[in-house]
Design a protein. Sequence first.
Length: 121
Amino acid sequence: MEGAKRRRGKKRHSYGPYLKRMVPLLNCPEMKISTDSVQVLDSMMDDIFDRIAKQAAHFADSCNKKTLTPRNIEFATKLIIPGELGTNAVKSGQAAIRRVLLSEEDQQSEFVELISYICYC
């Protein structure tokens, strides 16, 4: 079989590069993290992500919706991650979304200003 193509497996997402970037920000710039530790944290984050996604999908199904809403994800996060940690996770997520939306609004307003400047010249 000369021209046969091999099938590749599905690419697996890894949080490893992000974890390695976060370690120097923990008030100890000389601290390192081992590959085994990164793999453990990576599998833990995958597990939590899967749990939250399944629970949010369950909430959407129970409301006969096909689209996940931020509210579904918030409720699932509070249910999966207990206590104050879950509340802080939701607050951090809301703050991150707010930052992204504000930066998009700034980009759009700059674009509108540029277009209006070009049109009036």
